[in-house]
Write a protein that binds this ligand. Structure first.
Ligand code: ATP
Ligand code: MG
Length: 805
C-alpha cells in the first residue's frame, strides 16, 4: 500500500507524534486528562493503516465502551477520508472476546452457539444451586455468591485456582459452588459475562497453538483507558502481546475509577516491568480545558497520596473560574441549573451562548438524575440520559408505580400483573394463570379475579393467604386515598315531558385520610416491597436490630425509592404525579434536536463538553457514604479521582454545586458541602450567590448576570440555611473580601427548617391547605397540629408559618 499524505500527524504535538510513530515494541502513554491520548491512539491506528504496517483486521484496538469504539471508527474514517470497513477487532474487551470464543468454544467444553446469560439468568441459576445444597438463601443470598464469583473471574481465577485465602467465602461453600456453577453453565451451553474473558485466558494458557495464531494475527494491539483493566483483561493482553510486543497502552492513573469492579490501577504501573524497554511517552499539554478548570482539577487530585503525579499545562485563554454555588435543597439546585442552562443558551454578558448539546450534568449517583429530569420536563428543556435507564424506567420505580396505579385504578391489569408476585408471594405462573382465567370467565379485572379465585378455592395455601392480603391491602389503600365513601341520592328536578322526578346517585368522597406522600410510603412498606431489599432479620422480635441490605444493588434501589417519594412532594396527589410521569416517559421519543446530556460521572469517562454541571457535592453523596465509612483511604481516593474525572470533562465552564438539605423519605437531612469543595484551590474558584440574595440582582448579576433571580420565601430560606452551614462559612472565610454576605433583612419570615424549635407546643400556626391550628407535638421536622377545621394531622414544618404573621 502506497503511503498517503499524512496531515493527521501535523495535528499532533511532538510527544504525541512520538507515540504514534514509534510503531515497534511496547509503548505506554501515561498522561493526564485531555492531553490527547485518545486522539493519539486514533492517529496511531490511522498511521498503521496509512503506512501499510497492518491491514484493518490485523489491528486489535480495545476501547472502554462500544460507543467509544464507534467514535474511534468514525474518527479513523474521517482522517482517512473514507469509510473504514472491516475493523472487526475494534471494540470492548467483551465484544472482542465473544467473537473469539465463538471460534474456539469447544476448547472449553462449549458449542459455538453458546448463550450469554444476563445478570438475572445468572442469579436464577445460582439460586437453584444454592437451594439444591439446602443453603438458607435468606441468610446467604445467591447475589452475594454471584459477586464473589464475579470477583474471582475478574482476577482470572478458575475454580481450581481459587486461593486458600478465599476458602471461607460464602460460608465455606463458595469455591465448591463456583465449580458446580461452571459445570452447570457448560451443561447449558452458556456463559456469563465474566466467562468471556476467563475462557479466553484459559484457552490461551492451555492451547499455545491457538495463542500463537492470534499473536501472529493481531500484529498491533492498542488499549485505551488502560488504568481500568482488571487482572483477567490484563493477562489476556499480556498473552497476546508477549511475542511481538507491539502493544500501545494509554491511560491515566488519576482516572482509575473502577476499582470497585476489580480494576487494578497497578496494571498500568507495572507495564514497564512486564514489557522491559517499553517506550514511555508522557503528555503534559492539555488541550481540553481552560487554565482555571485544569488548575482546579489538579488541586483536588493533589489530595491523593497514591499517585504518580503529573503536571499539566495549557496555552488556552484563561477563561472562567470554576463556579461554585450552594443551594437550599436538591430541588432548588435542579431549578437553578435549569434556569442557568436556559440563560446560557442565550449567552450572557460574560459568556458566549452554549447550545444544549454542549452542556452536560454529571452526577455521582443515578438517583440524583430524577430532580433534573423532573425539572427539565416542567420547563420543557430537552435532555437525554446517557448510559442507563432514565429514572422512571428503572425496575424498582416501575414496581412502585405499578402499586400506585393499582391503588388509583383497580382495573389496571398490567399493573396487577407486575406486582402480584413482587415481592415474592408464592404466586408462580400457575397461580397467575388461574387468576387470569377466572377474571376472564367473569369479565372482571384481575384484582377481582384474584378475590374470586380465593373464594372459589382455586388458589390455596400460603399463596392464597398472601394474595388475600394483597387484595385487602389494595382496597384499604384506595380507601385511605379517597376517604370514606358516601352515596347520596337526590332529586335533581322533574323531567318536563314525563313530569317524573329524576333521581340520580352521586358518590361523594370524604377527605383523604392521609397525605399521598404518607400513603406512598405506607404502600411501599406494607406491601413488603421495601423489606424485600433487606436480608431477613435474625431475630424478628428485636426492634433494634440493624437490618442488612440484601445485595450490592439494594442500596441504590432503596435510594431511588426514596427519591420517588421525594418527587411526590411537588404534586397534590398521586394522580397528578402519575400523569406527570407519563409525560416524562413520552419526552424522549424525539431523538433529533439538541439536548442537554445527563449521566453519571462513571459514564462520562473519556468524554468532553464545553459546559459541565457537577451537582450534589456533599459529604455522604460525593464522596459516597460508603467510601467515607471505609477504613483507610482507598475508597476516598477513588472518589477523588472521580471528582478529577468530573472537572476535567469541562472545556470552558465548570459549575459545581451543593445543597444544604436533601429530603429523604419526607424527612429533611442536613448536608455538609463535600470535602472536595474545600480542596478546590480558591484562586480558581468563583463563588456564586444564589439568586434572590440581593432582592433580584445577585452578585453574579452585578457582574453581568448568571440566570434569573426570582426572590421567594424558599430562596431566602435557602440562603439562610446554606449561609449558616459550616462548609459555607469556611468558604466565606477563604474568599477574603468577596462580596459574600448574609442575606438582606427581609420582611418575610424565614423558617429555618433545621430549627423546628421555631415552633413551640401550643403555638398557633397557619397551613396553606389545612388552615389554622395549634401545635400539639414536635417530632424532628414533623409537627402534630390540631387544625381547627381539618382535625389533627402531622405536617412538615416547612409548610407552616406562625399564625399571627
Ligand atoms: P481523557 O483522559 O479525558 O480520556 P484524552 O487524553 O484521551 O483525555 P482526548 O480526548 O484525546 O484526550 O483529547 C482532548 C481534546 O484535545 C480533544 O478535543 C482533542 O481533539 C484535543 N487535542 C488533543 N491533542 C491535540 C493537539 N495536538 N492539538 C489540538 N487539539 C488536540
Ligand atoms: Mg481519552
Amino acid at each position: 500500500m502506497a503511503a498517503r499524505p499524512n496531515p493527521y500527524l501535523d495535528e499532533l504535538n511532538p510527544a504525541q507524534r512520538e507515540a504514534v510513530e514509534h510503531l515497534d515494541g511496547p509503548v505506554l502513554m501515561l498522561a493526564g486528562a485531555g492531553t490527547g491520548k485518545t486522539k493519539a491512539l486514533t492517529a496511531r491506528v490511522v498511521h498503521l493503516l496509512n503506512t501499510g504496517r497492518a491491514r484493518p483486521n490485523e489491528i486489535l484496538s480495545v476501547t472502554f465502551t462500544n460507543k467509544a469504539a464507534r467514535e474511534m471508527k468514525t474518527r479513523v474514517g474521517k482522517v482517512l477520508g473514507q469509510v473504514v470497513e472491516g475493523m472487526p477487532w475494534m471494540g470492548t474487551f467483551h465484544s472482542i472476546c465473544v467473537k473469539l470464543l465463538r471460534r474456539h468454544a469447544e476448547l472449553v467444553g462449549l458449542k459455538s452457539n453458546f448463550t450469554i446469560l444476563d445478570t438475572d439468568d445468572q442469579l436464577r441459576l445460582l439460586k437453584q444451586l444454592v437451594q439444591a445444597h439446602g443453603i438458607d438463601d435468606k441468610r446467604w443470598p445467591a447475589r452475594q455468591l454471584a459477586n464473589i464469583i464475579d470477583g474471582w473471574k475478574n482476577r482470572a481465577l478458575t475454580p481450581d485456582k481459587v486461593p486458600a485465602a478465599d476458602a471461607g467465602a460464602y460460608n465455606h461453600k463458595g469455591p465448591r459452588l463456583y465449580a458446580e456453577y461452571q459445570d452447570r453453565l457448560k451443561e447449558l451451553n452458556a456463559t456469563d459475562f465474566g466467562d468471556l474473558l476467563l475462557h479466553m485466558v484459559t484457552i490461551f494458557q492451555t492451547h499455545p497453538d491457538v495463542l500463537e495464531q492470534y499473536q501472529r494475527w493481531f500484529r498491533y494491539i492498542l488499549v485505551d483507558e488502560y488504568q481500568d483493566t482488571n487482572v483477567a483483561q490484563y493477562l489476556w493482553l499480556r498473552l497476546l502481546a508477549s511475542a511481538h510486543k507491539n502493544i500501545c497502552c494509554v491511560g491515566d492513573d488519576d482516572q482509575s475509577i473502577y476499582g470497585w469492579r476489580g480494576a487494578e490501577v497497578g496494571n498500568i504501573l507495572r507495564f514497564e516491568k512486564d514489557f522491559p524497554g517499553a517506550h514511555v511517552v508522557r503528555l503534559e499539554q492539555n488541550y481540553r480545558s481552560t487554565p482555571h478548570i485544569l488548575a482546579a482539577a489538579s488541586g483536588v487530585i493533589r489530595g491523593n497520596s497514591n499517585r504518580l503525579g503529573k503536571e499539566l499545562w495549557t496555552d488556552r485563554e484563561e477563561g472562567w473560574k470554576v463556579r461554585l454555588i450552594g443551594h437550599w435543597d436538591g430541588e432548588e439546585e435542579a431549578r437553578w441549573v435549569g434556569e442557568e442552562i436556559e440563560s446560557m443558551q442565550n449567552g450572557t454578558r460574560r459568556m458566549r451562548p452554549f447550545s444544549l448539546d454542549e452542556m452536560a450534568i454529571l452526577v455521582r449517583a443515578s438517583h440524583q438524575m430524577r430532580a433534573f429530569e423532573d425539572r427539565f420536563l416542567t420547563i420543557g428543556l430537552p435532555y437525554r440520559v446517557i448510559g442507563g435507564p432514565r429514572f422512571y424506567e428503572r425496575m424498582e420505580i416501575r414496581d412502585a408505580m405499578a402499586y400506585f396505579r393499582l391503588v388509583i385504578s383497580p382495573t389496571d391489569d398490567l399493573a396487577f400483573e407486575r406486582i402480584v408476585n413482587t415481592p415474592k408471594r408464592g404466586l408462580g405462573d400457575k397461580a397467575q394463570q388461574t387468576i387470569q382465567r377466572i377474571a376472564r370467565e367473569n369479565g372482571v379485572p384481575l384484582v377481582d379475579g384474584a378475590a374470586l379465585a380465593i373464594e372459589q378455592g382455586a388458589i390455596k395455601g400460603k399463596g392464597a393467604k398472601a394474595l388475600g392480603q394483597l387484595v385487602t391491602d389494595l382496597a384499604r389503600w384506595g380507601q385511605k386515598m379517597r376517604g370514606p365513601v358516601r352515596e347520596i341520592t337526590e332529586e335533581v328536578g322533574k323531567m318536563a315531558a314525563a313530569g317524573e322526578a329524576e333521581q340520580i346517585f352521586r358518590i361523594e368522597y370524604g377527605k383523604p385520610e392521609i397525605s399521598h406522600i404518607e400513603l406512598a410510603q405506607e404502600i411501599l412498606e406494607e406491601s413488603g416491597y421495601i423489606d424485600s431489599y433487606y436480608l431477613p432479620k435474625k431475630d424478628p422480635d428485636d426492634p433494634n436490630e440493624q437490618r442488612k441490605l440484601k445485595d450490592a444493588e439494594a442500596g441504590g434501589r432503596l435510594e431511588n425509592l426514596k427519591e420517588l417519594v421525594k418527587a411526590l412532594e411537588s404534586f397534590e396527589n398521586l394522580q397528578g404525579f402519575l400523569e406527570h410521569v407519563s409525560l416524562v416517559m413520552d419526552n424522549d421519543t424525539d431523538e433529533s434536536g439538541a439536548k442537554v446530556s445527563i449521566m453519571t460521572l462513571h459514564a462520562a469517562k473519556g468524554l468532553e463538553f464545553p459546559a459541565v454541571f457537577l451537582p450534589g457535592w456533599e459529604d455522604g453523596l460525593f464522596p459516597s457514604q460508603r467510601s467515607m465509612d471505609e477504613s483507610g483511604v482507598k475508597g476516598l481516593e477513588e472518589e477523588r479521582r472521580l471528582a478529577y474525572v468530573g472537572i476535567t470533562r469541562a472545556e470552558e465552564c465548570c459549575t459545581i454545586s451543593f445543597a444544604g438539605n436533601r429530603r429523604v423519605f419526607g424527612q429533611w437531612q442536613s448536608q455538609m458541602p463535600s470535602r472536595f469543595v474545600d480542596e478546590l484551590p480558591e484562586e480558581h474558584v468563583e463563588v456564586l450567590t444564589p439568586p434572590g440574595l440581593y432582592g433580584g440582582g445577585g452578585f453574579g448579576a452585578a457582574q453581568g448576570g448568571f440566570g434569573d433571580t426570582s426572590s421567594t420565601l424558599e430562596t431566602r430560606a435557602s440562603e439562610a440555611n446554606v449561609y449558616n452551614s459550616p462548609g459555607w462559612k469556611r468558604l466565606q472565610a477563604r474568599s477574603g473580601d468577596r462580596p459574600i454576605s448574609q442575606p438582606r433583612e427581609s420582611k418575610t419570615q424565614v423558617i429555618d427548617m433545621q430549627a423546628v424549635s421555631a415552633f413551640t407546643i401550643g403555638e398557633r400556626v397557619f397551613h396553606q391547605k389545612f388552615g389554622y391550628g395549634t401545635v400539639d407535638g414536635i417530632e424532628g421536622d414533623k409537627l402534630e397540629i390540631a387544625f381547627e377545621k381539618a382535625g389533627t394531622k402531622k405536617v412538615v414544618a416547612r409548610f407552616l408559618c406562625a399564625a399571627d404573621d
